[in-house]
Write a protein that binds this ligand. Sequence first.
Ligand SMILES: Nc1ncnc2c1ncn2[C@@H]1O[C@H](COP(=O)(O)OP(=O)(O)OP(=O)(O)O)[C@@H](O)[C@H]1O
Ligand SMILES: [Mg+2]
Length: 472
Amino acid sequence: MKELLDSVCNGRSEVLVVRGEPGIGKTTLLDQAVERASGFQVARATGVESEMELPYAGLHQLCRPMLDRLALLPAPQQEAASSAFGLAGGRSPDRFLVGLAVLSLLSEASEQAPVLCVIDDAQWLDRASAQVLAFVARRLLAERVGLLFATRERNEDLQRLPELLVEGLADADARALLASVLLLPLDEGVRERIVAEAHGNPLALVEWSDFLSPAELAGGFGLPALRAVSGRLEDGFRRRLADLPVATQRFVTVAAAEPTGDPALVSRAAAKLGAGEANGSPAVEAGLVELWPKVSFRHPLVRSVAYRLASIDDRRAVHRALAEATDPDTDPDHRAWHRALAAPGPDEEVAAELERSAVRARARGGLAAAASLLERSAALTPRSAGSGPSPPQRPTLRLVRSSRPSPCLPPPRPDRSTSSAAPLSNSSEGIPRPLTVTFGTRRISSSARRNGSSGSTCCSRVTPTSTPSARR
Ligand SMILES: Nc1ncnc2c1ncn2[C@@H]1O[C@H](COP(=O)(O)OP(=O)(O)OP(=O)(O)O)[C@@H](O)[C@H]1O
Ligand SMILES: [Mg+2]
């Protein structure tokens, strides 16, 4: 970017197409170029999916700040540009003349100061604008003009222009980014899984921490499925998934529902649903999933979209198959979790199994995971109707839920600019409405807090108590 700006300053026009997958950091790079472009006149445009059918919509955005120079152009160019931008009626403008008009406008503007044109989301530029801009890019010579595009996909019109392919962050940088946005301590295994699955995609790293609850982050349980995520990214993935054969979609749902990414487990479970391993291949070919050495998704949003594409009944069937395929001796906790998600209603046996998992999670130091398991256990415990017999009591574990509806969810996020790089704190002062989990005679309060200005977070406090209370 620096070279490009220097070159333009020195009187040589430059063009660069920055290409990369969603969330890889293209807009961030463009913004940095704009920040560095002191002394430049900056013109910006962004391709908008809903405007793709509107000829010259993108070009109009870009040229708007220069339109006062239209009168300086030769008459045919003036007419063509006026017509293209809806400033005058008339016939559909000659594209060649529109291109010359844009060249003239840029050239005029660059006499005053170097010009940087930044066109983001070029994959959604209307065709007429893309063609004219490609024409302009090929003819820029000694004008002090820089053209910077960002696009997710190869664009037919821009394909012969110089390109910068943006790839993911190196693992060390990915870990650093993840650490900078985490609000709770994260156990090593979960952190590595997130880093591996993100493939260095900064958005993926940022979104993981945004859309997983502390319980999921702490214990590796749960799914990134039911939270709102960036709609525009989702739409693309949804379309690609929906195009896959039905059995492949089922295979992908199984993979999405299984957080460990164990290929053998996913294949066993998928086979129980008539979608054995071979059905995964179309998803691999579509670039959505990788099956080896671990089943992982090209982008975390693919996982959440795949999961949500399935109906509730299908998801239950998938979790049932995963529970059956999970070894009860070596991985009882994930089995219990899948059984819980497969249960259509209260189920005392499943609730008790979850409680046992919570005890194990607690023993491993996974307080938030324990809280998450207990919450689910409480939800699955049948309620005693009227004067009928109450469900069995399990005195080792008791959950006293506060008025807060979801125990492990932190309070609303403060401004990201103050929280993202904030250090973690162990302070336990001022925790708002904490969840209290009682293990025998010890009470564990788990909560997340951010203190307005510093954005610091705290969790996990252990205090002795003898309060007897029922799990529910
Ligand atoms: N090098 C980086 N280091 C840290 N964070 C980054 C980096 N690059 C991007 N990000 C962050 O990642 C997120 C996604 O980046 P950005 O919006 O630039 O992606 P994009 O490639 O433009 O995605 P899209 O195709 O959806 O427009 C943003 O929150 C941004 O702040
Ligand atoms: Mg972008």
